[in-house]
Write a protein that binds this ligand. Structure first.
Ligand code: ATP
Length: 133
């Protein structure tokens, strides 16, 4: 029986995090889910949002930008488009990204609406996660 989970967070920009933790909570396409050691294996897609883990009395909070979670009895692997620990989020950069996306969405022509909407969603989620640190 596993009593710990190895949490790995990997993005195309590099390995963001690895540690042994007690619990992981994040947002899958079907909604928020929590994982404790010995969970049944499953694979799910992730939404833009937050991931938290608990390790003893310590809590860690990450922004997660889409991707996949692979859950096993003693392992949670997150493959995300990008991810940052809450304290590493540059709030000014997120605000600037939000402004840029809002300006683009105000334009009626020559705008990739889906791209601007996704950028806006990331920026808002980053600001939300940064507040939780
Ligand atoms: P921006 O328009 O500011 O680049 P973005 O949402 O397009 O934002 P991503 O494509 O998600 O950025 O990420 C590109 C890289 O920049 C990743 O390594 C990501 O972790 C990092 N990054 C993006 N925004 C921030 C931020 N506000 N704070 C810290 N790191 C960030």
């Amino acid at each position: 029986m596993a009593d710990k989970l190895t949490l790995d967070i990997v993005t195309p920009y590099g390995h963001v995090f690895t540690d042994e933790v007690d619990e992981v909570v994040t947002t899958g396409s079907e909604g928020e889910f929590g994982v404790l050691p010995d969970h049944v294996p499953f694979l799910t897609t992730l939404k833009v949002g937050m991931l938290t883990y608990k390790k003893g009395s310590e809590t860690g909070i990450f922004f997660i930008n889409w991707g996949y979670a692979e859950v096993g009895p003693d392992k949670v692997t997150i493959l995300a488009d990008s991810a940052e620990k809450s304290e590493d989020i540059d709030v000014e950069r997120a605000k600037a990204a939000m402004k840029r996306a809002e300006e683009r969405l105000k334009q009626k022509e020559n705008v990739d609406e889906a791209r601007a909407t996704a950028s806006l969603e990331r920026a808002i989620a980053r600001m939300h996660v940064a507040e939780k640190k």
